[in-house]
Every structure is written in structure tokens, then in C-alpha cells.
Design a binder for this molecule. Sequence first.
Ligand code: GDP
Length: 694
Amino acid sequence: MKSFPPARIRNVALVGHGGAGKTTLAEALLYCSGAINRQGRVEDGTTTTDFDPEEVKRGISLSLALAPFEHDGYKINLLDTPGYADFVGDVHAALRVADLAVFVVSAVEGVEVQTEAAWRIAAQLDVPRMIFVNKLDRERASFERTLDELREKFGAGVAPLELPIGEELSFRGVADLLTDTAYFYEGGPDAKGRATPGTIPDDMADREHTVHDNLVEGIVVADDDLMERYLEGETISPKELEDTLALGVDQASVFPVVCGSAVKLVGIDRLAQFICEIGPSPQRRPPVKVRAGDGETEIASDPDGPALAFVFKTVADPYVGKVTFFKTLSGTVRPDAQLTNPRTHADERLHGLFTMRGKEQDTLSEVPAGDIGAVAKLSDTGTGDTLAPKGTPVVVPTIQALEPALSIAIVPRSKGDEDKLMIGLHRLQDEDPALRVSRNDETKQTLLSGMGETHLSIVTERLARKFGVEVNTEEVRVPYRETITAQAEAEGKYKKQTGGHGQFGVAFLRVEPLDRGAGFEFVDKIVGGSIPRQFIPAVEKGIAEAMATGGVFGFPVVDVRVTCFDGKYHPVDSSEMSFKMAGSLGFREAMAKASPVLLEPISMLEVVVPVAHQGDVMGDLNARRGRVQGTESAGTGEQIITALVPTSEVMRYAIDLRSLTGGRGRFTLEHDHYDLLPSHLTDRVTKAMAESAK
Ligand code: GDP
């Protein structure tokens, strides 16, 4: 693909709720602009941007996909994003590099949960926005209803530039409010989405005039000179109106609305035209703030400045290796450039530069400021990293880390696959900042933590497809612990007389409960050498090992003081080994006599939900033995509820909260402390433990 100056580049993210038509719209834009010869369909798994086998199988986008195309002398880098909550990390990544977000909203379903979630992210990042109301050809489609919802949710900046001509089955074109012209799309498939201009049908002329006047008034208020001329009765030219509108778009204060049908190719060419004409070029965005040493500085999008690139996505390919997607923020990145990654201090050579349209590669001779490119085989660079010239350690603030919401435990199906599993997991973690891999030594499980059930099941499918490791999933075990509630004493005696050299050691131990969180305390009260000094550490070691391997219920023991107050030894047979065993045996016996109990982990839960769901969520927390610590307003019609909840009760909270609030709630969970497990639950836990050991 040839190179374009920054003024001719548009980086556009397609965002919105799953099923609104983002992937179909990307396909339509590529087809209408001539970048592809055939319009693929989501149903057939033939679209350009959903090419992953896991995406084809489900018919949904799972990760962001790049699809550049040319339109009217511009290069549009489309970023098709996933619309499901599990993959919101990629929406965030796309919005970090997009200069315009096109919200795709279905005229049937209207504004949905993920539309609002993506809007929140775009607003946080101050990304200019416009809206494409899609599916106007569908039964029960309504532009008016959708527009009302958009205004209600996103405010007065929502400004329609078009009205549909006809709706549902009779939907055949759009009326352009800036020029008072109708565009009819009745040429059938051969027209490839090209329109025939005409006059606005009589039956909608009145309505069109009203909306036109509202739009023009909405635009001219932003400019005093324009306002004055308008009030004096002058007709403001569409070009002037468009330029003023573009300023409002730049400032993310005006959100133009256009409409059409991605399947029927209605309004698609016009959307591309609007993107070029009123969408901001990378140079019109504010300079990027970067950290330089202890301070902060700003970098403008200048192709002649020093090279600076921001990595927004990496993909692990089992054959090609790692592919790194980046946006050049400043300067011009050329093949064989040598840049440094200030985070890893690695010098990376960017061999061949290319762009990708779905899975197809296309060579680039350079990636100037504002453009997006890809490079293979950067070994020490991951998503969120900065690449800068040597000796300029500037860092673009990273993509905010997502807190995982759900964990599963996995084991490889065939023994001996452990190494392959770890390699695969680390590669996948590299490309997916929302995935965490950890090992819990207490429960001896390998855990995958991510954004939800779908996310994690995709990870296991990719492990199989990309790295050849099949895994089974297990329930995540709760890391219960044990402690004692009474004082007790026992004699730990280890004696073995087999032929020659024997083993002999005796340790008298007393156990006492300690406060929560105190751990293990060993007290040496040996006087008169009943155990020789050099063997006392062995007694302590034996106790510590017994505590770690599990008490009477099989869980690690904590919060116990053990006093060794007497002992016996043999001048020949005693050894470190015999006193370690004595300590271990004595501890187990004393522990059994000291009224052992189970401790359960308690988590601090913070839930943010719309006010309307507050009662349901609090009631549900009660049923989970939760103790609400407080509630406060989050300012935007949402409440923050904090509660201490037994961890065992919220292992699958991601799924439960989603169904409780229709996906409108979010939460974070953090381990807080251990507390006594109510005695009536002990049986249930020990039975489950016995089950899982089978
Ligand atoms: P995404 O999840 O937002 O990417 O949505 P898709 O592009 O996968 O579309 C979801 C479904 O809606 C698919 O079955 C599409 O064929 C269908 N669809 C998308 N756009 C339109 C449209 O304009 N009209 C009609 N009738 N169906 C559409």
C-alpha cells in the first residue's frame, strides 16, 4: 500500500454492542471503496475482519482487527472491535489509537449496554465520536426512536446529518440535511452501494425542513460570525457548515449521526465521505502526553520529528511468530529502523513493515506519523509499550490494566504437556493484556483469570489450536486454612531401631491459638539440654513442614504458637532427621487435640451498579453471607457498594452480576483477610475436599 501524508489519514474505530453490525459495516466500507471484490457475510464466516477460527465459529468478533482502505484519496485505517463485555480490553486499545470512533447502533435494538460502556471509554480518552444508525432495512427499525435514545443517553451534542427515506422494507435512501438532497440506493447489487441523487420526497419535506433548521442552528452557535450572518438571513453554504461541524467533532462536543444499512449498502459511501471530510486527521488531535524521565512532555504528530511508536496490539501466530501493531505518534518509521523499548531496555530492529487487512499482509515502505503499521518478530515488546530512538527514554502512558473478573483452573489432558502448556500460556498472555496466568501453591492449581466465561473458553480453544495443548478445566479450589481454638500438649516421639544405627528423638510440644494473621510462632523453652541445641532448629522445621502440608482437614495451618518445653535424646541415635520427625509428629497430635477449625478467605468486593439495581445487588450479597461496608454515589446515576464477602461465595460473581444487572454492573475483588468458617459449613467443605482428592 502506498504512503499517505498525515492530513490524508483517518484512524477510525468501529465500536458498539455485539450484533449491531460493526463487522458487516467494515465489510461494506471495504466493498464500496473497491478494496475487496466480494461482500463477505458474518453468517458464512467470510468477512475480512472476523477471520480467526474462534470468531468464525461463533460469528462474533473477539479481538480488534485492522482493515485499511482507500477512499477519495484518503487512507482509512478501520479498526473493527469486539462488542462483548469480555473483550472490552480491545475496545480500549482501539480507542487509544483511533482519531474517530464510529458508534454502530442498531435501529432495531437501539442503544445497548456495550454501546454505553464504549461511550464511557471514548469519553474518558476524549476521542471524537460519530454514530451510524444501522439496520434501517430491518423489521421494527426506527430512526426516530433510536435518535431519541441517543439524545437521552449522550446529550445534546448528538446531531443528525441525515434522515432515512422510508423504513423497514421500504427503506431506500437517505436525505442529506446539510444540502437538502435525497440519495436513493435502488441500483441493486451492481451499483455496489452507489447512490442516485434526487429531490426529497414530498411526504417528508416538512419534517426535513424542521430538522435541517435545527441542525444549522446547532452548528452556527459555535461561531459568532456565522451566527450573525445566519440571523441576518444569509444562507450559509454546506461547506462552511461542514467546516464548523468538523471543529465540534474535533473537540468531541458534537456527535454527528448518519444512517443506513450495512447489508443493503445504503449510506455506506456517504459514511466514508463524512469520515474523510469531518473526521479529524491525526494532526488535528491534541499532542500526545508522554513521560520523559520524571517529567511530562507533549509530542505532536509530525512526520519529520523523532520517531515514536505506540504498540496497541500484539498477536501470537504459531507460524509467523509475534506480530506487533503500532501507531506512529511522531516521525516516520522506516524498514530496518532501530528503536528502543524503554520498558524492557531492548533494542528492537523493525525489519519489514506491513499493514494487515484482516489476515492479508500488505507491505509498507514507511509508516509516517499518524499512520498504523505492523512488524513481525519483536522479541521484547508487548501491548502498551513505546518504541523510541535510542537515548530518548520517553514512554507513552500504558493501556490501563484490566482487573480480571473470573478464574478457572486448568490441567493438561496429557501428562507431559506441562511445558508446552506454560509456553503457550505465556505467548497468549503476551497478546492479551486481560489474561493472567498464575499458580496457587496452596491449592496446587494453575489458574487462568480473565474477563468472563467466553474469554476464558476462547483462551483454552486457542491453546489447543495454536499450541497443540488440550486442557481440562476444573472448579477453582478455595484456599481454606486451618487453625486451633484451644491449647493442647503432646509428646512427639520418633524411634527406629533397625539393625545398626537407629533414630531417636522426643519433643514435648504445646500449641496455643494466635490472633488472625499472626502466622506461626515457635518458642524454645528447652532448659538443661533435654534436647541438644543443634537439634532445636530441626524441631521447628518439622513443625513448619507439618503446618504447610495440612492439618486435620488437609489445609495449611496458620495462627498457632508452638512451644517446645521438653524432650529426650540419645547420644548415638539422635540426629536432625529424628528431631524433625519428632516435631512433625508432635505437632499433628497436639493440633488434633486443640479443637481445630477451618478458616475461609474473605474478599473485599466493590460493585458499581446503576441505582435501579442497588436493592437487588445488596439483597444478593446478603444471601452470600456478605457484610455491606458502605454505599456511595458514583456521580453518574450509579452507586458504589463495598462489602466483605466470603471468597467461596463470589468465585463466579462475574457471571452472576452480569445476569443480575443485565451487564450494567462492574466489580473488583481483592483478598482481604481470613475468618472462621461457620461450623455448619465445615462438613460441606471437607466433603468437597474428599471428593476432589478422589
Ligand atoms: P457486530 O457484532 O456488531 O460485528 O455485528 P455483525 O456485523 O456480526 O452483524 C450481526 C448480524 O446483523 C449479522 O447477522 C448481520 O448480517 C446482521 N446485520 C448487520 N447489519 C445489518 C443491516 O444493515 N441490515 C440487516 N438486515 N442485517 C444486518
